[in-house]
Structure formats: C-alpha cells, structure tokens
Design a protein. Sequence first.
Length: 321
Amino acid sequence: MRSKVPAPAEVEFVTVHGKRRAYVKTGSGPALLLLHGLACDRTTWDRVIPILAEKYTVIAPDLLGHGLSDKPRADYTLGGYANGMRDLLTVLDIDKVTVVGHSFGGGVAMQFAYQYPERTQRVMLVSSGGLGAEVTPLIKLVQAPGWEGAMRVLTLPGIRHLETTALRALSSYGAGPLRKYTRDLDEAASIVESWRDRRTRFAVRHLVRAVIDWHGQIVTMSDRAYLTESMPMAVVWGRDDQVLPVRHSSNVAALAPDASVTVLPDSGHFPHRDHPEEFTRLLDQFVNATKPSVYNRSKFRRMLRNGTAEAPASLVAADTA
C-alpha cells in the first residue's frame, strides 16, 4: 500500500446500553476492527489508520473505560468487551470483520472470535495477551492495595508534568542495548496522563483484576485454540517487547499451527507504531492471502465435541499457577 502522512480521523460517538462509546470509522472496503491495549486508546493506531483506510473500512474504538468512552462501574471482563464490540458493529451496520488486537486488545480479539465466529473473518494478534503467563511486574502492581492512592498523588498536575516530560525525553534516548528499554516510554507517558482521571484508574484496575493475578496472566487461549482450525490467524510481535515477552509468540506454533508469525526487529511493545508501513503491509498481505472464515454450525459443533490436543507446557503452567 502507498505510504501517506498520517492524519487523525474524526471521532464519533454512539450510545449503547446507556453508555457512550467513542470510535473512529474511516475508509471503504472490507472491514477491519482495531482494538487497543490496556490503558491506551484508539490513538495508538493513528500511524496506520490513514494507510489502511485507502483499502479498508477501519473501525477503531475506545474500549469502555478508556479514552473518550464512558468509564462506568461495569463489566470489564474479556467477555464483556467482546459483547460491546458485537453491539458497536451492529449499530454501525457492519456484519463481518477482520479483528486486529494489540496487547489486551488481542485477548478481546480472541474472545470476540470465540463468542462470535459467524462475525469474524480473520484474527491478527499484535504483541498479544493470552499467549503465556508472564507480564511486566508494573501491570501486576495495578492490583496492589496502595496503587490507587499512589496514582492519586503521582498524577497531581505538577508531579504528572515532571513524570511525563521525563518519560518522553527518555523515549528518544539510548542506543544499542539501552534502546529496547526506552523505546516505549512515550506511550507510558500517555498512560500516566490518562490516569489523572480517577474513573480511568477504576476501570483499568478492574480490568487488570479480571485477567491478571500475582502469578501473571490468568486467561489464555490454550483450551480453545483448536477452534482456530477454521479461523485464519496472524501474529506480529516486537523483538524488544518489555511488556509481554516475544517468546510468547512461539507458543502460537503449538496452539495454531497454520498461523503466520512475524517478529519485527528494532521494535518494542507497539510494532504498529514503530514500523507503521511494514505493519500495514503485513496486515494487507494477511488479508489478501487468506480466505475469510465462514461459520459452519455443524463443523463448530464437531470441533467442540472432539476437543483439543494437549496444550504447550508454558500455557498449562499459566492456567494452573
């Protein structure tokens, strides 16, 4: 696809079940649903949306509890988010999509494909959760008893400004081995900015508790991976990811042998931001090289009855930790 200078799409709003949801919808062609990660929002896709919109209808929502969407006392489980995406697509009159999920959004993408296979054509996972137990200790700390009080102090205007300025300065610092530790700090600064809103902190904390405990990730795709037999899947990871280790991508070969796996060098937890042109090329190639999944109730029933082979040991450990 031809490269162009990224420009932000117009944010729209729709109210579903009394909760206002923010999203961007742009372009024309086959539909792509882009799902952001924990404590991020739709802007994480800003560098790829304009390129993708040349060939696709792109929908990039702020998940409930994030960005400009409402932040109520609500269901922040993977199933709840999958339901919300089904309802948003229905309101937008979009029946079928290729789902692209980053980090926590990858978990939502897998859950959406599991709950609504009749509406899912393909799945692309980007540095995704749900493929192994390990996760950065910084995310585990969100569930610590003193986290809310600490964040209330650390996001006060003066202190927050110092933190975010330092993080953004460090994000462009470092070379060689140091670069992998500083590359994503600009994204960390944006997350700190968002946490000044206590409702956002509330939502993120409940979300983390639904999918992570002190041992690591609770939810994995290991017990349902056999259902990907009829669902095209691709995985993209950054080699220097410090949030979810790149070795999780190797689990995909055991869980979904037909899935394609690409590890991008010189990239961290946000490969779509580090290498937008290469990322959009990979996504476009994936869509063009695979036929959309067609839901067959009889086949789905047969796969459920037959079950699955034994999962990789790394994922079994995650399930039983």
